[in-house]
Design a protein around this ligand. Structure first.
Ligand code: NAD
Length: 424
């Protein structure tokens, strides 16, 4: 059987289909047997629950919740919980698989999972969200656990929801068990360094890639798409390391400054301006498409999926792309980018700093101890560097892109572990 199929060329690609397309190619390179391929493709467990919640009006509303454990081969499964109106079982299944590869590529002892609840948290009161989160936790009480499956925030959820989840779980168990979720507020056992962890990992992998490419950070220019958690920390840490950040953006627009944008000023502007860059005067207003195609050395897409596609891939001028976002490049754009000689640090590697520090949060909770930010950063930098070197060596060995190499490393690791553990 051949897993290599031409990547479909569509106007808009589903990022998860893109991921599966790369999974198939990596499986082929590894010479994975058909049985193992089928096992790794299929989620280990899928749970669907109905959650009756009393709304502020006094009426009951029934919500649907999902938890998918894609794999627990490497250890307890890990993955966020998404509160969104359009979340579906299919999407959660794909995101859970993504988590498996991400944890494996940075070599942390976790499998992959994801959860979701169909709801619109923006139209719900804090009390309604709390009751929904507690109902979800209660319904999943046998699924989650610090040795089993460890949720975290995702779209529509954050530290507040994790605190409720931890409390509900702890009440049911009769003792405080803070290691059941990560992404908690600091006072409840959250980790120092978690907020900036993903952006920091982007910076670390970007610098390591630049070193391999013999690019000097001090002479390099950079554009960062997205100025949220990942983009803003990536921009400010890359600036700190000497790169000139010539363009930044968010959903309200993009800004270009050949002399370099002052990231501290942009952060200050965002702070005073309801969290958005609109009205920023530290550069000329351009649009997000121009940012992607701008003449810079390093491009960091850190906003949304599917922004580099067959429609603009041949116009990208950067020499290095570091994927802060999940799925910013569609599978059919891969070969165009590769043929142009652009190096891509793929999402499952570049943005794995977040899950790495989530793992540290769990480790600290289990130790009953708190690490300093310095220790967290040092250890996560080491993990990110080791992962990069491993992926880089694999890419060289097979003469493939870093993206395919990242899949080869992670799928190979899960497959090997599965074979050692093998059941049935
Ligand atoms: P965020 O909500 O904090 O920020 C998103 C940013 O993107 C905002 O500045 C927003 O204005 C901007 N944006 C939204 N739509 C845009 C568009 N069409 N064009 C340009 N900019 C747009 O989100 P985040 O946590 O920074 O996540 C960004 C990406 O990184 C997502 O793909 C997410 O899945 C991924 N990611 C995040 C983490 C993490 O720890 N936060 C970890 C791994 C991956």
């Amino acid at each position: 059987m051949s897993y290599i199929e031409p990547a479909p060329i569509k106007d808009k690609e589903n990022p998860f289909e893109s991921m599966m397309a790369r999974f198939r190619v990596a499986a082929e390179i590894l010479g994975l047997d058909n049985e193992t391929y089928e096992v790794l493709k299929s989620p280990a467990k899928q749970v669907i629950v109905s959650l009756p919640v009393t709304m502020d009006s006094g009426q009951k509303k029934v919500f649907t919740g999902f938890r998918v454990i894609h794999s627990n081969v490497l250890g307890p499964s890990k993955g966020g919980i998404r509160f969104a109106e359009d979340v579906s079982l299919d999407e959660v299944k794909a995101l859970a698989a993504w988590m498996t590869w991400k944890c494996a590529v940075v070599d942390i002892p976790y499998g992959g999972a994801k959860g979701g609840v169909i709801c619109n948290p923006r139209q719900m009161s804090a009390g309604e969200i709390e009751r929904l989160m507690r109902a979800y936790t209660s319904a999943m009480i046998d699924v989650i656990g610090p040795d089993q499956d460890i949720p975290a925030p995702d779209m529509g959820t954050g530290p507040r929801e994790m605190a409720w989840m931890m409390d509900e779980y702890s009440n049911a168990m009769g003792k405080t068990i803070n290691a059941v979720v990560t992404g908690k507020p600091l006072v409840l056992g959250g980790s120092l360094g978690r907020v900036e962890a993903t952006g920091r990992g982007v910076m670390v992998t970007a610098l390591t890639a630049m070193q391999k490419m013999k690019m000097n950070p001090v002479n390099a220019t950079c554009a960062v798409q997205g100025f949220g958690n990942v983009g803003s920390f990536a921009a400010s840490l890359l600036e700190e390391r000497g790169l000139k950040i010539c363009a930044i953006s968010d959903h309200t627009g993009a800004w270009w400054n050949e002399k370099g944008i002052d990231i501290a000023k942009a952060l200050e502007h965002r702070q005073k301006n309801n969290g958005v860059l609109a009205g920023f005067t530290g550069g000329d207003l351009i649009d997000n498409e121009q940012l992607l195609q701008s003449k810079v050395d390093v491009l960091v897409p850190a906003a949304v999926e599917d922004v580099i596609t067959v429609h603009n891939a041949d116009k990208i001028q950067a020499k290095l792309i570091v994927e802060g976002a999940n799925g910013p490049t569609s599978a059919s754009a891969d070969s165009i980018i590769y043929d142009k000689g652009i190096v891509v640090v793929p999402d499952i590697l570049a943005n794995a700093g977040g899950v790495t520090v989530s793992y540290f949060e769990w480790v600290q909770n289990r130790l009953g101890y708190k690490w300093t930010a310095e220790r967290v950063n040092r250890r996560s930098d080491r993990i990110m560097n080791t992962a990069f070197e491993n992926v880089y060596a694999t890419a060289k060995k097979h003469n493939i892109s870093l993206r395919l190499a990242a899949y080869v490393v992670s799928i190979g690791k899960v497959a090997e572990t599965y074979k050692f553990r093998g059941r049935f």
